[in-house]
Design a protein around this ligand. Structure first.
Ligand code: SAH
Length: 250
């Protein structure tokens, strides 16, 4: 049988949010490749080899997957959320572009998953119901100056915004700087939402005005959603509903 690489998204955490298409890929695979916690989400079974790797070796992992597929293995490359959002799909194509010609003859397909910002938005109500954008706040793979420029322009354009990788132990000060950039442009009462470990038993949702946001409200398991100027909150006893209206008055 000829090998393939299928790049799949495992969704934000709850197995009920994995698509049936991805479940089918995982059933057919001979090998699973990915970052340790994501590979561990795929149950062990006879005939399946699980290859766990560290977070920072995306390109090595992609090359490993492609070389196994050339040997006839059926390789699932797993990411959390969606594999095309700050995840493995780009790494596989980057490796294929620079690698041996045989890699470009392989069957390589991408199978979407529910990305963190959409699961978070659903848990909060509909804060991304109008125009929005999405920015990765990690400066591991790009200069901080570019992050700051994109934040500033997105805030000026009054997008709702979703921020991935807001804060890590290695980068404790970046998110504080991001909040300062937002405060330069956005009103103090504009809503900001912290959605942690969405769809898992640890899920925690916090909604505050920008003036009350602190860097400690975010960590690496949090996706942050900054509301647009017209994003609204409906207070309720069991947690508020937050939404952005479908229209902006002409
Ligand atoms: N491919 C993934 C994103 C990988 S980047 C996706 O599509 O969701 C990792 C970042 O995603 C984390 O730092 C966090 O900001 C966010 N994230 C992933 N899972 C999450 C979850 N269950 N709840 C909140 N944020 C999450």
């Amino acid at each position: 049988m000829s090998g393939w690489v299928r790049i799949v998204g495992l969704g934000p955490g709850n197995d009920a949010l994995i698509t049936p298409e991805v479940v089918g890929v995982l059933e057919e695979a001979t090998d699973v490749v990915g970052y340790i916690p994501y590979v561990r989400r795929v149950p062990a079974r006879a005939g399946l080899t699980r290859h766990e790797s560290d977070n920072r070796v995306e390109l090595d992992r992609a090359q490993h997957a492609l070389s196994m597929a050339v040997e006839g293995r059926r390789v699932a490359v797993v990411s959390s959320g969606d594999p095309g959002v700050f995840a493995m799909a780009s790494a596989v194509f980057e490796a294929a572009e620079d690698g041996p010609p045989a890699w470009r003859g392989l069957e390589v397909t991408v199978h979407p998953g529910i990305t963190a910002m959409l699961a978070a938005a659903a848990a909060l109500g509909a804060p991304l119901g109008h125009d929005f954008c999405c920015i990765n706040l990690s400066d591991n793979l790009k200069p901080w100056a570019l992050i700051e420029k994109r934040l500033r322009l997105a805030a000026e354009a009054d997008f709702a915004m979703a921020f991935y990788n807001p804060r890590s132990k290695a980068r404790p000060e970046g998110f504080g700087r991001a909040l300062e950039v937002l405060r330069d442009t956005c009103a103090p009462d504009q809503l900001i939402m912290f959605a942690r470990a969405v769809s898992t038993p640890d899920q925690a949702l916090t909604v505050v005005p920008l003036s009350e946001a602190t860097p400690e409200m975010a960590d690496m398991r949090t996706v942050v959603i900054m509301g647009a100027s017209n994003t609204r909150i409906i207070p309720r006893d069991d947690g508020p509903w937050v939404y952005t209206p479908r229209s902006v008055p002409v």
